[in-house]
Design a protein. Structure first.
Length: 292
């Protein structure tokens, strides 16, 4: 009778559990393949011969492997595509540094300091999240034109040092609010100023959210197409995204193999960043807004 009471129900048999696990993993693999198919086809297209690109070939495995598309894409324009990579890297790094520094200082003020109109300014800052970029495009362009910044990197970098990205400020405010207030009080009793509290206490404890903001900022700047399209006119200042657009000829003679090849290369920095910093990224997102 005891054996009957402790017998496992039919639904929990090992065979049924294994079958369920295999089914779930099979579905996930199939869905992943469907999502990755365009990327895989782009990689395959970058090593196909030009005649095999749109000749009815639907297989991911090319009939012949060639690296000619990478060579023609790298040297196919007036300047080497490496120039575009260096430009994008410089702009992305400078913008990331500015975003992290400015957003963290602003978030520290909103989360840990008291000043007149704090709630009003915080609500106003959040309101900018609902303001489309295109609404402020013309006034910004006129301003930068009067400053003689058009056709330079300055419009893409300098605003980042003035905490213009409300998303990162809000992200950091939520994280900073979760840090114990006792740390600030103990530091104040030891004679620390607000700046030293920010620099010596808050920042070292906020590595996950800082890394999250830095990763997102780098990726969004690297992938930005509209900003460089508006402000950069000299091919020597082009970013990767504008360089990719330059490979598409409106006359219909576009080098699709070179475009695919350079697109594959443009994804490598993003892939490496996520590969090496995914732990900090996941931790920063998971802990933001949680009370300790």
């Amino acid at each position: 009778m005891n054996d009957a009471a402790h017998a496992a129900p039919p639904g929990d048999t090992p065979e049924r559990s294994i079958l369920h696990s295999v089914l779930i993993h099979s579905v996930l693999i199939a869905v992943s393949f469907v999502m990755l198919y365009p990327l895989l086809w782009m990689v395959s297209g970058s090593v196909r011969p030009a005649d095999d690109m749109f000749g009815g070939q639907t297989s991911l495995i090319p009939s012949q492997v060639t690296l000619q598309a990478y060579k023609s894409g790298w040297f196919g324009l007036q300047v080497s595509f490496g120039t575009f990579f260096l430009n994008s890297l410089a702009i992305s790094v400078l913008a990331t540094i500015g975003n992290v520094l400015a957003a963290s200082v602003t978030a520290f003020a909103f989360a840990r300091l008291e000043f007149v109109g704090k709630s009003f300014w915080f609500a106003l800052m959040l309101g900018t999240l609902m303001l489309p970029y295109h609404v402020t495009l013309i006034p910004q362009y006129v301003l930068f034109l009067k400053l003689d910044w058009v056709n330079t990197w300055l419009p893409l970098v300098v605003p980042k040092y003035f905490a213009v990205d409300a998303f990162f400020i809000f992200l950091m405010v939520q994280f900073f609010r979760g840090l114990p207030r006792e740390l600030d009080e103990a530091a104040m009793m030891d004679g620390c100023s607000a700046w030293r509290i920010y620099w010596k206490i808050v920042l070292p404890l906020s590595l996950p959210v800082l890394a999250t903001a830095a990763i997102f900022s780098f990726i969004w700047t690297w992938e930005d197409f509209f900003g460089p399209l508006i402000y950069l006119g000299d091919i020597h200042t082009y970013t990767v995204q504008i360089g990719l657009r330059s490979l598409i000829d409106s006359s219909g003679t576009s080098d699709w193999g070179a475009l695919f090849a350079m697109s594959v290369l443009s994804l490598i920095p993003i892939f490496l960043i996520f590969l090496f910093f995914q732990r900090l990224l996941i931790e920063g997102i998971a802990t933001t807004g949680m009370k300790r």
